[in-house]
Design a protein around this ligand. Structure first.
Ligand SMILES: NC(=O)c1ccc[n+]([C@@H]2O[C@H](COP(=O)([O-])OP(=O)(O)OC[C@H]3O[C@@H](n4cnc5c(N)ncnc54)[C@H](OP(=O)(O)O)[C@@H]3O)[C@@H](O)[C@H]2O)c1
Length: 310
């Protein structure tokens, strides 16, 4: 069986390639700007090239952990946000449909307004930001086009070891290891989600033929500043370097859900304990980073020290 991962150079994509190979898939993965060995170049904004790439590989499963994920950037450039997060994935999904491929898209709790989170799959979405709106529009339009060939995985605050070292855990490590303070919202809450677990259960859901919308997020909810302190303490840094401030004081261009997060009752009932809680994944984060540094394994990981100049 063959699978394609568009955005394999990203944090979710890297782990998807890893777990798909473990399941015996032949996997082709793409990058856009950050090349890693074994990945193929693909800019999904070039719709003809994207259709050709999908047509050439004819994968039966197409995972799409790609797009423009910078929420404030999207707020300032709605056209690019729409192209990258809706039109490009729709084009790829339609190209896959020509050979009956199933399409797996990643959406977000930012489609909700943060008044009554964590939200269920069936709750009414009410995005506050351009990013949230285009992700919701993508859910609707791809679903209309693909029907039961579409699997939409909503997730939140993805963390864990990754190659590009961009996520919040790396930001905490980088700042605090240099003795710098870090200002974090104290009134935005969601479920931090461990990237390797998310990728692993994504593969399970796809292989089981699941369709429609599934919330796939960590089992515990945290305010962002408290999450930062927990990460700091776990890694031996001074948690008081994390400074909590109210969202109203932060001047973030895009509005965020405050009481956000995803209710994972449906996932828990069908795929119990697929996602580890915070302290378990922090332990695994360290194990995976040390393993990869000590034994040079092919895990898609960069050790945070490497990004802190140590
Ligand atoms: N991270 C989160 O907390 C979170 C939460 C909810 C939903 N999601 C969704 O999950 C998906 C993946 O997120 P992530 O955190 O894994 O993102 P990420 O680490 O930033 O990776 C994004 C991937 O998309 C690729 N990409 C960007 N522009 C592209 C283009 N024009 N053509 C082809 N590929 C392109 C990137 O390639 P290069 O790096 O090589 O440029 C990278 O491989 C996104 O759809 C996001 O909306 C993420």
């Amino acid at each position: 069986m063959k699978a394609a991962v568009v955005g394999a150079s990203g944090q979710i994509g890297g782990w998807l390639v890893h777990y798909l190979r473990q399941k015996g898939f032949s996997v082709v993965g793409s990058y856009a700007n950050v090349a890693y060995s074994g990945l193929e170049y693909l800019d999904t904004a070039d719709h003809e090239a994207a259709r050709d790439w999908i047509g050439k590989h004819k994968a039966s499963l197409i995972f799409y952990p790609a797009g423009w994920t910078w929420v404030d950037g999207c707020e300032n450039d709605p056209k690019r946000a729409r192209t990258a997060n809706l039109e490009d994935p729709l084009n790829v999904a339609l190209a896959g449909l020509e050979h009956q491929a199933r399409f797996i898209y990643y959406s977000t709790d930012y489609i909700f307004d943060g008044t009554d989170g964590p939200n269920r799959e069936t709750d009414l979405a009410k995005p506050l930001s351009v990013y949230g709106q285009v992700k919701l529009d993508a859910e609707v339009q791809i679903s209309e086009a693909l029907g039961d060939q579409f699997l939409c995985l909503r997730t939140a605050w993805v963390q864990g070891p990754e190659r590009q070292g961009k996520n919040f855990t790396y930001q905490v490590w980088r700042n605090l290891s240099q003795g710098k303070t870090m200002v974090c919202p104290s009134d935005q809450a969601s479920n931090p989600t461990y990237g390797p677990d998310l990728a692993k259960v994504s593969v399970d859901l796809a292989l089981a033929g699941e369709q429609g919308i599934w919330n796939v997020a960590g089992p515990d909810l945290w305010a962002r500043d408290e999450l930062g302190r927990q990460i700091a303490s776990h890694f031996g840094f001074d948690p008081s370097l994390i400074i909590g401030k109210k969202t109203a004081e932060l001047n973030q261009p895009a509005a965020r859900p405050l009481q956000g997060g995803l209710d994972t009752t449906k996932l828990e009932a069908n795929y119990p304990k697929s996602l580890r809680p915070l302290h378990d994944w922090l332990t695994d984060f360290v194990v995976k980073c040390n393993d990869s540094r000590n034994s040079g394994t092919d895990l898609p990981i960069t050790h945070p020290d490497a990004l802190s100049g140590k």
